[in-house]
Design a protein around this ligand. Structure first.
Ligand SMILES: Cc1cc2nc3c(=O)[nH]c(=O)nc-3n(C[C@H](O)[C@H](O)[C@H](O)COP(=O)(O)OP(=O)(O)OC[C@H]3O[C@@H](n4cnc5c(N)ncnc54)[C@H](O)[C@@H]3O)c2cc1C
Length: 535
């Protein structure tokens, strides 16, 4: 039997919140300092060995569709491993599905964003129903009768996994059904039809993607007599019957394995109108703001876990007579990864604060920076998780490390809730419709660094030019908008080494592969700031 040497200890147990200086600073800065105690408790709980093990178990034991009971009755239920329920219970217990609605106030969205950032590092699949439930609440308020019955259950810090009518449950989760087979991004091509029936509607048609189909109800788009409209579809009818929502099959996905995503058909499913008939897209766009914010936070969270694991490994593993972290080229790679993660995190938390505020500047930030952040932050997650995997070497490619799971999870936030191009086109539209955005951006980009000043000037000139609307350049413009905002935030709030490295590489540099930070940067200061330690 050979001796096992030169292998790192596992990064557990550890407190995900306490060991994350960047997050702790952002939480305080963006107005959620009051939530530190609860985030500390959540960070401790998530970093325990048994919670980390539950995250693995939920992803190894995949959800199963149970179409029929033993007697042949159609049931359309999903069976999950207990670990999935355990993770959702932790999440709902921490209010991550609805806390800003249950207890509104300054910093409420920031506090929740920080909580989901912690959770997503240990199990990202549960994030999906949490994000949809969180996003659904403002939309549900357009249906006062539904809201009166459902919001108390949604706002309860209770996870109730039982498949029962809402009156018998202590908590509720909400999903959404927009995407159809013949067209997803272009929602106007939806064919699902809604027929008025006794004050409510009956829906006939399908959805090609409906994630978390075990949710208690769904917000669904369908063609009503007056046009595309938003509907609330519970899993049980008011008469206490199973609603006619048939789950045809579960998707076999690249990642996001613990979460079930399904193809469904509606065979006269009971539903209630939400908001004005014919205004379905406008109503659902409100929800999309919140779920897209969650994509930014979720991708930042994946990057954080990847970087924490990579740094931990490099601090313990020796190669060529030195700890990996002390090998100069590896220091550059790790510092560059930490930089990307910090930039994503600070922008996500800054954006979350815009959801806590209601003035015009906050509205402008929400409208333009939400799709912009979703584009760029979500695009960075797959490359960051890949590079972090490589830091760990061959063991990083093995399922027992969390790295393959992070890597497989990473693309989903970029695709769903509006894929990259759709986000960038949305940015162009939002800028056109937000006359005060130029002023808001100028104020945000204010920072005492020559590289930022030059970058900001070029960006603002581009935004004022007629070519701004050139769709072929929408990705470049959106990327630069995000880089400018990230640079300004880091100059204002991060240690000098971080800000300097970001400006040198992202605002004035050439970019490309990670590990290409130019000479003269304090790489060790960056890696030491980002490291998470166990114990
Ligand atoms: C894991 C997972 C879970 C999901 N869960 C849900 C769910 O719960 N509910 C739900 O409703 N949907 C869900 N979706 C669907 C998802 O939101 C859609 O797949 C996504 O919005 C893209 O739509 P599409 O697949 O029809 O692609 P398309 O709309 O066909 O787009 C394909 C590509 O073309 C690009 N494109 C589209 N229009 C333009 C344009 N004008 N110019 C340039 N490029 C363009 C897009 O950016 C995209 O890259 C889920 C998807 C995944 C992967």
């Amino acid at each position: 039997m050979f001796d096992v040497t030169n292998q790192p200890p596992p990064l557990e147990p550890y407190n995900l919140f306490q060991s994350d200086a960047v997050l702790r600073e952002a939480v305080k800065r963006e107005g959620a300092g009051w939530a530190e105690r609860e985030l500390d408790q959540l960070g401790d709980k998530l970093g325990r060995s048994e919670t980390i093990a539950a995250g693995f178990a939920a992803n190894r034991n995949l959800p199963q569709l149970k179409s029929f009971d033993r007697f042949g009755h159609r049931v359309d239920e999903i069976e999950f491993h207990p670990a999935w329920h355990e993770m959702l219970a932790i999440a709902c217990g921490a209010g991550l599905h609805s806390s800003p609605w249950a207890k509104p106030g300054p910093g409420a969205h920031v506090a929740r964003a920080a909580g989901t950032y912690l959770l997503g590092q240990i199990e990202a699949g549960v994030y999906c129903p949490l994000a949809m439930t969180y996003g659904a609440v403002p939309t549900l308020r357009h249906a006062p009768k539904v809201a009166a019955e459902w919001l108390p259950k949604i706002c309860a810090r209770s996870y109730d996994a039982r498949f029962l009518p809402i009156g018998e449950k202590s908590g509720a989760l909400i999903g959404m059904g927009l995407t159809e087979n013949q067209g997803g991004s272009d929602l106007r091509t939806n064919t699902t039809r809604a027929e008025p029936a006794g004050g409510a509607f009956r829906l006939f048609g399908h959805k090609w993607f409906l994630s978390a189909p075990m949710c208690d109800a769904f917000l669904v788009l369908a063609q009503a007599p007056k046009g595309l409209s938003c509907f609330f579809m519970p899993r049980w009818t008011p008469e206490g019957e199973r609603n006619a929502l048939r789950i045809n099959r579960l998707k076999d996905k690249l990642g996001n394995k613990s979460n079930a995503s399904s193809e469904v058909e509606f065979d006269g499913a009971y539903a209630e109108l939400v908001g004005e008939e014919g205004r379905g897209i406008a109503i659902m766009i409100e929800m999309a703001g919140y779920t897209r914010l969650d994509c930014c936070v979720g991708s930042s969270s994946l990057m954080r876990q990847a970087v924490a694991q990579a740094l931990h490994h490099a601090r313990h593993r020796t190669a060529f007579q030195k700890k990996l972290i002390d090998q100069p080229l590896m220091t550059n790679v790790l510092a560059d990864l930490a930089l990307e993660c910090e930039a994503a995190t600070v922008l996500s938390m800054r954006l979350a604060r815009a959801y806590d505020e209601s003035d015009e500047a906050a509205q402008a930030m929400r409208r333009v920076v939400t799709p912009a952040g979703k584009f760029w932050i979500c695009k960075r997650a797959p490359v960051v998780t890949l590079e972090a995997m490589e830091v760990i070497g061959g063991s990083g490619y093995i399922e027992e490390s969390i790295m393959p799971r992070l890597y497989r999870e990473a693309p989903v936030n970029s695709i769903w809730e509006g894929s990259g191009n759709v986000m960038c086109l949305d940015v162009l539209r939002a800028i056109a419709r937000t006359p005060n955005f130029g002023d808001v951006l100028r104020a945000e980009l204010d920072g005492d660094d020559a590289r930022l000043k030059a970058f900001a000037k070029r960006l603002i000139d581009r935004l004022a030019a007629p070519e701004r609307n050139d769709e072929t350049q929408a990705r470049a413009l959106t990327r630069d908008l995000v880089l400018g905002l990230q640079g300004a935030l880091l100059i204002k709030h991060a240690p000098a080494a971080v800000a300097d490295a970001f400006c040198a590489s992202r605002l004035a540099g050439e970019g490309g592969a990670f590990g290409t930070l130019p000479p003269g940067i304090d790489l060790r200061a960056i890696t030491e700031r980002a490291a998470a330690t166990s114990g």
